[in-house]
Write a protein that binds this ligand. Structure first.
Ligand SMILES: NC(=O)c1ccc[n+]([C@@H]2O[C@H](COP(=O)([O-])OP(=O)(O)OC[C@H]3O[C@@H](n4cnc5c(N)ncnc54)[C@H](O)[C@@H]3O)[C@@H](O)[C@H]2O)c1
Length: 334
């Protein structure tokens, strides 16, 4: 194992892979290998970093010059590729959602328990500076005890808005809830410092879409906290806003106004958004993986917590189909 520079392999050289590659370099580590079934995509990314190219991820996993693997492939491939990476003895950063099915998630939990490497899941919001600031304010009691969390997201989910596999249920595992909603579910639990226990909700698909493009969900969390999530892919401009309501005020975060705290009917706190905060977050996520791999400590987001996020997302589908609330199994708290 390299002591100074950690050597990463990236499997899946698509949209998000470039951000991971830049983060690896910013953190002082190396992109050693890139794999994509589309050779030209692998070559394009690898060329920027002088990395080895492959089109079969097993070649990358067999490469002794790779210490850790970042898996950024379509959702249904997350679990099988992560299982193979763990079996090959590589440290793993797997993009969210951890899997598309409960069976795949269970297999990952079992494999992670048996593995001696680090397995982190890419719930990158944990590393976003404005979010960390908001979380610190909440834990310091800026708005008192949390009662309610309101998440609203909008992101174009029309055909052509993203690669085609996102609209194929078998490979995407779901639509906007599994893809975008998992970020929201993580943020709700993190900010509330509580786990979702019960889920009700409804999903719908815009005409012609095989996956859902819109959803509304209600969550009951530990300690009597309630949360709502609305996520729409139809028509509205991009939005990701969270409002946390406490017994002494409220806190909001969005990408325009940053973090705002309101008490006694006026704004009493403000943390602006730093430039490049997402790039910073991806770098911090890499640093967390490397530190965890080197020290043997848990990564910021481990497999058990990530499975809980998946549980909550899948429960939105189940609640919608059943027309009834769904109770979640016991899981690791945020
Ligand atoms: N954390 C975030 O903020 C964030 C943002 C965007 C995407 N993501 C996640 O990252 C993952 C990838 O999303 P994307 O938007 O980059 O998708 P993408 O389609 O742009 O990239 C996926 C790449 O994987 C490649 N691929 C498919 N099968 C493969 C295989 N068997 N072996 C090697 N490569 C293979 C594809 O050719 C493609 O280049 C998804 O899980 C997505 O949810 C996370």
């Amino acid at each position: 194992m390299a002591i100074d520079s950690f050597r990463f392999g990236i499997v899946g050289a698509g949209t998000i892979a470039g951000l991971h590659a830049r983060a690896i370099r910013s953190a002082g580590h190396r992109v050693a290998a890139v794999c994509d079934v589309r050779r030209e995509a692998a070559e394009r990314l690898a060329g920027e970093y002088g990395a080895a190219v492959s089109t079969d991820y097993r070649t990358l996993l067999e490469d002794p010059a790779v210490d850790g693997v970042i898996i950024t492939v379509p959702h249904a491939l997350h679990a099988p590729l992560a299982l193979d990476a763990l079996a090959a003895g590589k440290h793993v950063l797997l993009e969210k959602p951890i899997a598309t099915t409960r069976a795949d998630a269970a297999a990952l939990v079992e494999a992670a328990a048996a593995a001696s490497v680090t397995f982190a899941v890419g719930h990158v919001l944990r590393f976003v500076p404005s979010h960390v600031a908001a979380h610190d304010l909440l834990r310091a009691g800026a708005i008192g005890d949390i009662r309610l969390v309101i998440e609203r997201r909008a992101s174009d989910y029309g055909e052509g808005s993203r690669p085609g596999w996102f609209f194929d249920t078998a490979i995407a595992g779901g639509g906007i809830v599994l893809n975008v909603g998992t970020h929201a579910i993580d943020r709700i639990q993190w900010f509330a410092d509580a786990r979702i226990r019960r889920v009700s909700g409804a999903v719908s698909a815009r005409p012609g879409s095989a996956v859902e493009t819109d959803a509304a969900a209600l969550f009951e969390l530990d300690g009597g906290v309630h949360a709502s999530l609305t996520v729409t892919g139809t028509g509205l401009g991009f939005a990701e806003q969270i409002t946390v309501v406490g017994d002494r005020g409220a806190l909001t975060v969005d990408r325009t106004d940053g973090v705002q705290v309101f008490t006694d009917g006026r704004r009493t706190g403000h943390v602006p958004i730093e430039p490049d905060e997402m790039a910073h977050a991806f770098t911090a996520q890499i640093e967390d993986l490397v530190e965890a791999a080197r020290s043997g400590r848990e990564p910021r987001i481990g497999v058990d917590y990530a499975v809980g996020v998946l549980d909550a997302a899948l429960a939105v589908y189940d609640a919608s189909a059943a027309g009834a609330a769904i109770a979640l199994p016991e899981r690791v708290a945020a």
